[in-house]
Design a protein around this ligand. Structure first.
Ligand code: BES
Ligand code: MN
Ligand code: ZN
Length: 498
């Protein structure tokens, strides 16, 4: 059972525990209830905790509260927002284990190095991310006969941290949406299910939702989306979510977020050797865009934002697309299919072409689990990025740094674009060589970002983010094993700073 986290002001009413986030060798200040008693306890226990290490100390006196959970932050000079996130996450797991329902969080010994807003936000991030769990499909065997009642956790925080904390929890709801959808198995979360989910989400949050179903996609000549989804258990579709606040009238050009939503990737006739184990996560780019739109609506941002997701299931049957097929996308560019497993770029091509033509965005960011190549290059903690604008890229890097979703740039130029040109069509979706294979994906997409894209490197500011490595984790203190929602917080941060 996962808890509803409720922020609360510090009052004189006792909580179940005082959670003290403290760097090594820090002394509790007068802000801590009963600092002398605590100092003596800390002294007796010889607490020099490394980052994230926790230790529970018990007061016996009249002090409030009777239990202090000390969480180490390591060396004070090295503490970052990420240290705080992980410390808060560790604390939450301890509070869960001890079945406590209220706690008072305090950060000690950092001086002025981090503002209250930043601390509150990092604590909120840590709690929201660690609070996630996915047990909707636990059945008779795993479920207790009597379901646990959901337990609330009341979190007391100093006044200067509460706004940042609340903001983090609102964004956290979007991250949870993304992670829940991403974890949902492919026999449930097919394109139709996700489109319906988006409609319901839009109703709840004040977003506008338009579904371009397969019939409409045919009219719009979206040959990429239709080919990839042709053999799927439900037809492919595109979903557009719009956040258009009244305050955006002066800045009408939106930020456009685009996501790859391949609900399952078998590879198609270029079949994956292992049948596609883990390829339910091939929809994470799209789910993270949906999560970001949820967060953006929750925050009621001033910026206009449009989110477009391409949803298709890459399967095999008589209707499935083949290698050697030539497809035409909605911007008139054609492509010879050289590999049905390079399907994400075909779906995204129609999303990018349609989105840039329809919404004339000021900036475009796409999220996709596009290539195994990016995992080889950068691993599972840093996403690969390619861009047409140093200015936009700078903002994306900064946003990623702020929220703890780091990105690393790889190059894109005309040589790479040329690699994607074919003889019998404008493009092929995979070059005959595997060289620069993650960049081939980016180069292919560059033919679809704006009206000038088919002829030259796009002038529209665009960042492609390959999240094949970062979309899911093997699990640590911050996030359990499974989807991470990587990009939800980055995109939301970007939208609030544009
Ligand atoms: N969805 C995969 C990429 C992927 C691989 C995501 C591993 C997560 C983990 C994508 O559709 C794919 O199959 N890419 C191919 C492209 C190749 C055929 C040009 C790849 O990366 O090998
Ligand atoms: Mn594939
Ligand atoms: Zn794929």
């Amino acid at each position: 059972m996962y808890r509803k986290i409720k922020p609360a002001p510090v009052t004189s009413k006792p909580t179940d525990a005082l959670v003290l986030l403290m760097p090594a060798k820090a002394e509790p200040t007068a802000a801590v209830p009963d600092p002398l008693a605590l100092a003596s306890l800390l002294g007796q226990a010889d607490v020099t905790l490394s980052p994230g290490q926790t230790r529970t100390l018990y007061h016996t006196g009249r002090s409030r509260p009777g239990r202090t959970l000390v969480v180490g932050l390591g060396e004070a000079e090295k503490v970052t927002a990420d240290t705080i996130r992980r410390a808060a996450a560790g604390a939450l797991r301890e509070l869960f284990t001890a079945k406590l329902t209220s706690a008072s969080f305090m950060v000690e010994g950092l001086g002025e190095s981090m503002a209250g807003a930043q601390l509150g936000r990092a604590i909120g991030d840590g709690l929201a991310l660690a609070n996630f769990g996915f047990d909707s499909y636990h059945g008779k065997s795993k479920r207790p006969t009597k379901p646990d009642k959901p337990i609330n956790l009341t979190v007391e925080l100093p006044a200067d941290q509460r706004a940042g904390f609340k903001q983090a929890l609102k964004i956290g709801e979007g991250v949870t949406t993304a992670r829940t959808l991403s974890a949902t198995p492919p026999n449930i979360a097919n394109p139709l299910y996700i489109a319906r989910y988006c409609k319901a989400l839009a109703k709840k949050t004040g977003l506008k939702c338009t579904v371009i179903d397969a019939r409409k996609a045919k009219e719009l000549k979206m040959g990429g989306l239709l080919a990839v989804g042709a053999a799927g258990s439900t037809p492919p579709c595109m979903v557009v979510l719009e956040w258009s606040p009244g305050s955006a009238k002066t800045k009408p050009k939106p930020l456009l977020l685009v996501g790859k939503g391949v609900t399952f990737d078998t590879g198609g006739y270029s079949l994956k050797g292992d049948g596609g184990k883990g390829m339910k996560y091939d929809k994470c780019g799209a789910m993270n865009v949906i999560g970001a739109m949820h967060a953006i609506a929750n925050l009621k941002l001033k910026q206009r934002v449009v989110g477009i997701v391409g949803l298709a299931e890459n399967m095999i049957d008589r209707e499935a697309y083949r290698v050697d097929d030539i497809l035409t996308f909605c911007n008139g560019v054609t492509c010879e299919v050289t590999n049905t497993d390079a399907e994400g770029r075909l779906v995204l091509a129609d999303c990018l072409a349609y989105g840039t033509k329809t919404y004339k965005p000021a900036a475009v960011i796409d999220f996709a689990t596009l290539t195994g190549g990016v995992v080889v290059a950068l691993g599972k903690k840093i996403a690969g990025v390619w861009s047409t604008s140093d200015e936009l890229l700078g903002k994306v890097k900064d946003a990623g740094q702020t929220v703890g979703e780091p990105v690393w740039q790889l190059p894109l130029n005309d040589d790479y674009r040329k690699m994607m040109q074919a003889k019998h069509a404008d493009l092929h979706n995979s070059a005959p060589v595997r060289e620069a294979h993650a960049t081939q994906g980016a180069a292919f997409l560059s033919y679809f970002v704006g009206q000038d894209a088919p002829k030259q490197i796009p002038t529209t500011p665009w960042v492609h983010i390959d999240i094949a490595g970062t979309s899911n984790t093997d699990g640590d203190v911050l996030m359990e094993k499974g989807p991470t929602g990587f990009g939800v917080r980055l995109a939301t941060e970007l939208a609030s700073t544009l």
